[in-house]
Ligand binder design. Structure first.
Ligand SMILES: [Zn+2]
Length: 269
């Protein structure tokens, strides 16, 4: 592959305890292959702290996103979710607010999470309202709950600042519906799997100015690293798969996805 530079990993968890090595080594390895900017994804108040420490260590390189992940919400009481949302509000009103709100959304992957969908929906709605109030984009985690998620997005509205559907895994019609609602669609390692024909069709159908690439480190490692601990240095594999799906040059898709991420998250250039 020709050398690329300036790539943005639009969604990763570099504060994860499951990271495959010291964060400095993980970042150095990524930079060596042109991945230069990292948008961190928020799971809950404890992780926000860890993200802050990373952002202080990597100013202008890492950017924080704070929210209550639907998988975490599914394990909390309504009172704990309310406390988390109050803390989120406080962070946004503070000196160093996150660039976006998330992860939020709905996760119906397991029976346990399905049982907690009502609380997840309340939290999702409130995240959308907070994003509107503070004029921030949202980072959406939507798993096995597309119909309900679309209903909530139509009911409450997509924030004017937009948002991303992270780790998109659905068919082209759904991807295009997210774009119609004002969202960006972000592809991860699953796009590289040989059996991902439906995802390839979605990647080909979208306007170039609405697609993003991410690793979701430490999860979702691309082919041929499937099952390994993921890392931002593998982002170019997602880039190459996206360019191939669209029949466009790697250089053009590299520039477009990085520009899309910078505009959406309003990152300094
Ligand atoms: Zn994530």
């Amino acid at each position: 592959m020709s050398r690329v530079s300036g790539l943005v990993d639009a969604h990763c968890h570099l504060n994860s305890e499951r990271l495959g090595g010291p964060v400095d080594a993980v970042v150095a390895e990524a930079r060596a292959v042109g991945v230069e900017t990292f948008v961190l994804a928020g799971v809950g108040p404890e992780e926000w702290l860890a993200q802050r420490a990373l952002v202080v260590r990597y100013p202008g390189v890492m950017f924080p996103v704070f929210g209550l992940h639907p998988q975490l919400v599914a394990e909390l009481s309504a009172e704990q979710v309310a406390d988390g949302l109050t803390a989120l509000d406080r962070e946004l009103a503070g000196d160093a607010p996150p660039v976006a709100i998330g992860e939020t959304g709905l996760d119906a992957y397991t029976p346990e999470r399905r049982d907690r969908l009502a609380l997840q929906e309340d939290s999702f709605r409130e995240h959308l309202r907070i994003a509107m109030r503070f004029d921030r984009p949202v980072v959406l985690h939507l798993l096995r709950a597309t119909g309900r998620a679309l209903e909530i997005l139509r009911e409450v509205g997509v924030p004017p600042a937009g948002g991303i559907v992270h780790s998109f895994g659905g068919p082209p019609e759904v991807a295009l519906e997210y774009v119609r609602l004002g969202l960006h669609v972000s592809f991860c390692g699953t796009l590289t799997f040989p059996q991902s024909r439906r995802l390839v069709a979605a990647a080909a159908a979208l306007p170039l100015d609405r697609v993003l690439i991410e690793t979701d480190t430490p999860d979702q490692a691309p082919h041929p690293h499937r099952g390994e601990v993921n890392r931002p240095a593998l982002l170019p594999l997602v880039l190459v798969a996206l360019a191939a799906a669209r029949g466009e040059s790697v250089a053009a898709v590299a520039e477009a996805t990085a520009g899309n991420a910078r505009r959406l998250y309003r990152l300094p250039c």
